[in-house]
Design a protein around this ligand. Structure first.
Ligand code: PBG
Length: 327
């Protein structure tokens, strides 16, 4: 008589201690980066309606926030600035007195061990909300890639001088990594690493972020520079190009809709791979949790674990603080 079944996977699931012994994936606060939205002023802590628990912070409030994050063992932040004045050349992006460089200086001085990552992009500072310079070509508005590179490079240089530990270009212009690398190397920042948003999709999950920074494109969309969600091989092409141009780490964005891309990229490259659980992913879990449809904390942990399991070495997430608090 055949014995059935010989192998019973459930044997390893009966006991919680045993389950934790054989867990294949671990997530620690050290692997999480908290994004921060910065706004000029004092004592500001402005809620963002679509992102409960996330605020626009003035530099002094950012200091308090970071102190709390460090106590929770979150050691990295990704900085975004809200523009005071927008124009067609994103001048505030490369203004050395902008809110990002000022906060970089402040945080660097106060918390030398904190990892300061500066998002490098122009959309927050452009009156039209696009990530590059808009020009008219054959009666149609398009983005001038190479002119945009000059402005991105200037922005990167300002953040480098202000004390950023890592620069993270998120604009998706062609050739930006090399342009920024050349600038850094020529100005004494040979050791400053670049984390490229290498495979960044034209995603509808960025909606709440654009509310936070008032950075929605005023016309058209970002499909001429961000990637088509239909494509996976193209993600590998973008990743390889960015590494060839000098990216030290690459990032995939958004995260949960791109688990296949994270896994493929991880398999393919030897640099660290990050994933960005974006504003819409955060908002969906928060809102569904608030309405009692799902258990927010469990859904947060499951989603982060899935992103890690897919291959992310680190995760940028608005849940970083919540996750660390829950431990
Ligand atoms: C800037 C930038 C965006 C995000 C990160 N950097 C917005 C966009 O591309 O529209 C989105 C982050 C998020 O949704 O949390 N280009």
């Amino acid at each position: 008589m055949t014995r059935f079944p010989i192998i019973r996977p459930r044997r390893l699931r009966e006991n919680a201690t045993l389950r934790s012994l054989v867990a294949e994936t671990q997530l620690t606060p050290q692997q999480l980066i908290q994004p921060l939205f910065l706004k000029k002023g004092k004592g500001l802590r402005e809620p963002i309606s679509s992102m409960p628990g996330i605020f626009r912070l003035s530099p002094d409030e950012a200091l308090k926030e970071v102190k709390e994050l460090l106590e929770l063992k979150i050691q990295g932040v990704l900085l975004f600035g809200l523009a005071e004045h927008k124009d067609e050349l994103a001048s505030e992006a490369y203004d050395a007195h902008g809110v990002v460089p000022e906060t970089l200086k402040l945080l660097k001085k106060k918390f030398p061990n904190l990892l300061l990552i500066a998002d490098v992009c122009l959309c927050e500072y452009m009156s039209h909300g696009h990530c590059g310079v808009v020009v008219e070509e054959k009666g149609r508005a398009t983005i001038d890639n190479d002119h945009s590179l000059e402005l991105l490079t200037r922005t990167a240089a300002v953040y480098a001088r202000a004390g950023a530990d890592v620069l993270a270009p998120s604009d998706m212009m062609d050739g930006r990594i090399q342009a920024i690398r050349d600038e850094l190397d020529a100005t004494g920042f040979k050791q400053l690493p670049i984390l490229s948003y290498a495979a960044k999709y034209a995603s509808s999950f960025y909606g709440p972020f654009r509310e936070a920074l008032h950075s929605s494109p005023q016309f058209g969309d970002r499909k001429s520079y961000q990637m088509d969600p239909a494509n996976a091989r193209e993600a590998l092409k973008e990743v390889r190009l960015d590494i060839a141009e000098g990216a030290d780490m690459v990032m995939i964005k958004p995260a949960l809709p791109c688990l296949d891309i994270i896994a493929k990229v991880k398999h393919e490259v030897l640099v660290p791979v990050g994933a960005y659980q974006v504003s819409g992913e955060y908002a969906m879990i928060k809102q569904a949790g608030k309405q009692g449809m799902i258990d927010e904390s469990a859904a947060m942990q499951e989603s982060l674990l899935a992103i890690k399991r897919a291959g992310a070495d680190f995760i940028i997430t608005y849940f970083a603080k919540d996750f660390a608090k829950g431990l």
